[in-house]
Design a protein around this ligand. Structure first.
Ligand SMILES: NC(=O)c1ccc[n+]([C@@H]2O[C@H](COP(=O)([O-])OP(=O)(O)OC[C@H]3O[C@@H](n4cnc5c(N)ncnc54)[C@H](OP(=O)(O)O)[C@@H]3O)[C@@H](O)[C@H]2O)c1
Length: 353
């Protein structure tokens, strides 16, 4: 369990420590409210930029942060700085980019217009290309890739729950080094790496299950306990590993099993998998992938940044990724014909005997 600051039950934040820069959350949603909320609960001033529907919830309910380790913190609404557009700043800012991949370019362009040169934009997004997309729109800012290993779900208006565990990671930078003690004190330690590419791909491999989970209609844990769904996940990962091999990229190990062992482990009978992967299965019983939430709420998904990225990498190296392409088609087709698939149906739809 990560260190967690003393919870203030009344939601009154402790006295503010002096941060190395102003802190902005761009995209107050699951990740933004969780990470920014932990820092706010620890006394760090944070400005949350978000959509009116989310900001209204925060104004009405304040912020509640809970986690699978039993932690619970609250921040009163009057301790939250909320904005529906990026306020102009005169001093360099640390901005956490927490929008979905499809919103990256627009959000980065907004940040570029409002923030002074020297500001740092840390992408806390899935996929491997968001920092590049942001950089193309925000050339005056320093854009860094980050990686969020844990799952955050919105449980109720203003209530965000961390449903799995793991340590935030980002590409090394002097400003982030200065922020590290505050992140650690807030219960969201931040590890810095010279090259984030292996971690981003290690996370992307696991995120390939997002589409399987979304199409299953089941909570993550229940879905992972069905072998047919795991066979689908194994095929998606195996294709990605072949493409990564061809590209000379070694994905980082983010689970007790090394990435290369994942396909075989996923194909094991459920009774064996349950024992081997007990840490991977330490997931809140109700947690679903964010792609499942996106389909449920008819929002654009990140399928192109996940399975689409694998297909493009494979293609660049003269390989195919037909299973990733096929599941991407199923996800894209969902809005016109929403239908959950059993494990056997999904296997058949993906051409997996
Ligand atoms: N949730 C997780 O468990 C988790 C874990 C690890 C990584 N991630 C990654 O983290 C990123 C964020 O995911 P999330 O689940 O936190 O998404 P989310 O809950 O949808 O939050 C993003 C919020 O930002 C808003 N937004 C988009 N563009 C904006 C703009 N220009 N100005 C203000 N607000 C804007 C979105 O509104 P609209 O919906 O109207 O666009 C949405 O309310 C994704 O890349 C995701 O893959 C998520």
């Amino acid at each position: 369990m990560s260190a967690q600051p003393a919870s203030d039950r009344a939601g009154v934040v402790p006295a503010a420590p002096s941060p190395p820069s102003p802190l902005l959350v761009m995209g107050a949603g699951a990740v933004g409210c969780w990470v920014g909320g932990c820092l706010r609960a620890a006394g760090v001033p944070v400005t949350f930029v978000g959509r009116p529907r989310v900001l209204d919830e925060l104004r009405a309910h304040g912020l509640t942060l809970s986690d699978l380790d039993g932690g619970r913190r609250t921040v009163r609404a009057d301790a939250l700085e909320l904005a529906s557009s990026v306020p102009a700043w005169s001093t360099p800012v640390l901005a956490l980019l927490c929008v979905k991949s499809g919103a990256t370019a627009q959000a980065a362009a907004e940040l570029q217009r409002a923030l002074p040169a020297g500001s740092v934009l840390l992408s806390l997004q899935n996929g491997v290309s968001n920092a590049d997309v942001a950089r193309a729109q925000a050339g005056a800012l320093t854009v860094l890739p980050g990686m969020v290993p844990f799952n955050v779900v919105a449980r109720a208006p203003g209530h965000y729950h961390r449903a799995t565990s793991g340590v935030l990671a980002a590409q090394d930078h002097a400003l982030l080094r200065a922020w590290q003690p505050l992140f650690a004190a807030a219960g969201v330690p931040l590890q810095l790496h010279a090259d984030l590419t292996p971690l981003q791909w290690g996370k992307l491999l696991l995120n390939l299950n997002n589409a399987v989970n979304a199409l299953s209609g089941l909570p993550l844990r229940a879905q992972l306990l069905q072998r047919d769904y795991r066979v689908c996940m194994a095929a998606l990962i195996a294709e990605a590993l072949a493409a990564l091999d061809a590209a000379g990229i070694a994905p980082a190990k983010l689970t007790p099993l090394p990435p290369r062992a994942l396909p075989a482990a996923l194909r094991l009978p459920t009774a064996v998998f349950r024992v081997l992967a007990f840490r991977m299965l330490r997931i809140d019983a109700h947690a679903r992938s964010s792609m499942a939430e996106d389909l449920a709420q008819a929002r654009p998904t990140e399928i192109d940044a996940l399975c689409g990225e694998v297909a493009r990498l494979a293609q660049r190296h003269g390989l195919g990724a037909p299973v990733n392409e096929r599941i991407a088609e199923l996800v894209r087709a969902w809005p016109s014909a929403p239908r959950t698939l059993t494990g056997a149906q999904l296997r058949a739809a993906l051409g997996l005997a």
